[in-house]
Design a protein around this ligand. Structure first.
Ligand code: FAD
Length: 355
């Protein structure tokens, strides 16, 4: 039996481990923390469902990921600039809400259980060196450019809500959101290029605006948040080691929706080993177009500032077109191909090694 060693038991490392173990490999995963999901604190995250025609849940199943974690579909989404409040109901879920962290029924714990059931050996509290590894899945650990998320999670008796606030007083170069599902909520502000203290100030404003817009009851609130990698290092294979997820620079540079990339890249890493295929080619076929488009989106959102959000809100008024707009915004087009070289040049001063 062949042995595979993976560094990091996050989403991408576990997705690779699950697929390799299913194919009969002997898999060891080395995790620096004492459990899976320690980077997160029970907050709710959105598994986006707009960037591909295939539903993300079907996509996960096709990559041998079982849905053994809480996962609530949201078809109705509120969108606000802080003044106007729009609600859109779509034909298919815009996203699925999942829990992250060392809490019951979280995505992290679900993938951990699937991996262990398949016989994967997860070595917790393990600081093994990269040199001995086949796959590196250590998330944002080594990267310097980060996004900062600040917010709260809480218990509530309010109805389920998914709302996004596009207002530059409530986040820096990012957005804020309110998610409530089954009596459990998260409210956060996602920021780029700011310190933790500044991010707290943006969250305070987001809290003020969101509680003004929605009459929600908030009980037992706890602080949540963390940092994310917005540095596209684009390091897929180095010194014979395969990189996955954020460690490979596979992240949505516009809004930080990285979970789908993480699970897919772990699956592709496993596929490249099982079927002796070229990992870089697999990533290029399946993810590179969307990653490059996200570079264009980040460039445009920074160039036009507030007008970018005004445009999105304007499109949202056209109802069904908005989901369509998101799909087109996240996928390569003639427009994105033309703008890409300028976007890459402009952002390369801040983001190194863009694809
Ligand atoms: C606060 C926050 C909110 C987010 N919200 C969303 C969202 O709504 N939707 C979305 O799609 N994405 C979201 N993201 C991004 C998404 O969570 C990440 O892109 C995704 O988790 C990346 O998966 P990964 O496998 O690359 O890394 P991770 O899931 O971070 O896993 C990396 C693992 O490696 C371990 N590790 C690190 N260094 C070492 C080492 N030296 N040795 C051993 N183990 C190590 C870590 O402890 C961790 O367990 C959010 C991120 C943050 C921080």
């Amino acid at each position: 039996m062949k042995n595979i060693k993976i560094l990091g038991a996050g989403l991408s490392g576990l997705s690779a481990a699950i697929n390799l173990a299913r194919a009969g490999y002997n898999v060891d995963v080395f995790e620096k923390d004492d459990d899976c999901g320690k980077r997160f604190h029970g907050d709710l995250e959105g598994l986006e469902n707009w960037s591909l025609p295939v539903d993300v849940i079907h996509e996960f199943k096709s990559m041998n990921i079982k849905i053994n974690f809480d996962c609530s579909p949201f078809k109705t989404v509120y969108l606000s600039d802080g003044k106007e409040l729009l609600d859109n109901t779509f034909k298919k879920p815009v996203f699925y809400i999942v829990k992250r962290g060392v809490v019951e029924n979280s995505l992290d714990q679900g993938l951990k259980n699937q991996a262990m059931d398949l016989g994967v050996n997860i070595h917790f509290n393990s600081k093994t060196k990269k040199e001995n590894m086949d796959i590196i899945s250590i998330g944002t650990a080594e990267n310097k450019h980060v996004g900062i998320v600040k917010g709260i999670r809480f218990e509530t008796e309010s109805d389920d809500i998914a709302a996004s606030l596009l207002n530059n007083e409530a986040s820096n170069s990012g957005y804020s959101y309110l998610l409530i599902t089954n009596g459990y909520g998260s409210m956060c502000s996602v920021n780029l290029y700011v310190t933790g203290n500044k991010a707290n100030m943006y969250f305070k404003k987001a809290y003020e605006i969101i509680t003004d817009l929605f009459n929600i009851d908030i009980k037992n609130e706890k602080n949540v948040g963390g940092v994310g990698c917005f540095l596209l290092k684009s390091r897929l294979v180095e010194n014979g080691k395969i990189y996955t997820g954020e460690a490979a620079g596979l992240q949505d540079l516009l809004w930080g929706f990285g979970m789908r990339y993480a699970v897919t890249s772990g699956f592709l890493a496993a596929l490249s080993i099982i079927e002796n295929k070229n990992y870089k080619k697999l990533i290029k076929q399946r993810l590179s177009g969307r990653i490059k488009t996200s570079v264009v989106n980040r460039f445009l959102s920074e160039k036009v500032g507030d007008r970018f959000y005004t445009y999105l809100i304007g499109q949202a008024k056209k109802d069904d077109r908005w989901m369509d707009l998101l799909y087109r915004a996240y996928n390569p087009s003639l427009r994105s191909r033309v703008i890409y070289p300028f976007a890459r040049w402009s952002l390369s001063r801040r983001y190194r090694n863009l694809p």
